[in-house]
Design a protein around this ligand. Structure first.
Ligand code: 5MM
Length: 344
């Protein structure tokens, strides 16, 4: 996708590069262009501990830190990764060499981001549908994260095809919009993540309907909240059948995803970074490759995968210092595949 670049002004012998774009837009473009994408390494303490234990690794602040250090310091990661989403625990931790994670990330050419929602809880009277929490005190937390180097943040709302009514979509979209407006007030790019879960056996059309409802409502609330759409990154799901339903082709998934997005996501949004949602690495890369080949797309498209990038690396590591290099090779290869897909 082409966007107008910076103006060059010649003043005597000095060349000043002046961009006509606001800083938030620059960051959003940096996160989503050139085939690079965002690594989601922001599992909460509970989720990360469960994933470590599932691989036979004792869970502690030390093993969670060691694992995140292994990911961030994989040689050449910045060739395919533009940003890394960190959890609060990691954001405050230090690498073995004493550098804090956000500082080290910047020095490695990777923008540091921070997950700021505090998780989900059932929305009363809504059949088990979830609402994401974390707005109380968020302004103060964002100010502190910005001071410590955060370039962007992330908030994830979760939608289930069986329980997402207009009310559920509105409640979650409202929270996402309040979060996004607060981020921009603190000079931080909000990743807006409305995730329609792909667990279950629903058909592709059901995912398309729920994703359409979620995105329509989210952009309505972003508008009401006065969020500058040129300074956000959208992180949606691919529109797919449920993981227990018969599979659809990558071509059909990309077509269905584009159809929903083009109807609901304004062209002002600079970039869309997809989540992987539990699909295997090869599958999500195939979806992304098909989608990035769609002509006349109004936004950049790339990846912000979690499991699709890290699952095989975690398995290869297994908590063993001698296996760090093997784990980093797995991560690099998954990121390389995702970046190639983003370039079509
Ligand atoms: C990495 O996992 C993120 C945090 O999950 P919890 O708060 O539940 O521990 C998650 O938000 C992630 O960023 C997105 O779901 C995308 O990850 P996947 O694995 O679906 O690509």
């Amino acid at each position: 996708m082409q966007r107008s670049g910076a103006d060059r002004i010649l003043l005597g012998m000095t060349t000043i590069v002046r961009t006509d774009r606001p800083a938030l837009t620059e960051t959003a473009l940096q996160m989503t262009s050139g085939g690079r994408g965002v690594l989601a390494a922001d599992e909460s303490i509970k989720t990360m501990s469960a994933r470590l234990e599932a691989e036979g690794i004792p869970a502690s602040d030390v093993t969670r830190r060691d694992y995140r250090e292994l990911l961030l310091t994989a040689d050449g990661l910045s060739e395919s990764v533009s940003g890394v989403i960190l959890a609060d625990e990691t954001f405050g931790q230090e690498l073995g060499d004493g550098r804090h994670f956000p500082i080290a990330a910047r020095e490695l050419g990777i923008l540091p981001g921070i997950k700021v929602d505090t998780g989900t809880t059932p929305l009363p009277g809504q059949d088990g549908a979830l609402i994401t929490e974390g707005l109380d005190g968020l302004g103060g937390r964002l100010a502190s994260y910005a001071d410590r180097g955060a370039a962007f943040a992330k908030w994830r709302a979760v939608f289930d095809v069986g329980t997402t009514t207009e009310y559920v979509a509105r409640a979650n979209a409202h929270a996402l919009a309040r979060y996004a407006a607060l981020c921009q007030e603190h000079g931080i790019v909000p990743i807006v993540e409305p995730e329609v879960l792909c667990t279950g056996d629903h058909p592709l059309a059901a995912s398309a309907e729920t994703t359409g409802l979620a995105l329509t409502t989210v952009f309505d609330e972003l508008d009401r909240a006065g969020v500058d759409l040129t300074g956000i990154v959208l992180k949606p799901n691919f529109v797919t059948p449920g993981l227990n339903a018969p599979k659809a082709s990558a071509h059909d998934i990309a077509a269905a995803t584009f159809e929903v997005l083009v109807d609901t996501v304004p062209a002002a949004v600079p970039g869309i970074a997809f989540l992987s949602g539990g699909h295997p690495t090869e599958d999500v890369c195939a979806f992304l490759k098909e989608l990035s080949a769609v002509p006349n797309r109004p936004w950049n498209v790339t990846f912000s995968f979690g499991r699709a990038l890290v699952s095989s690396a975690l398995r290869a590591w297994g908590g063993d210092a001698d296996s760090i290099a093997a784990a980093q090779r797995e991560l690099r290869e998954n990121c390389r595949q995702a970046a190639a897909a983003a370039l079509g």
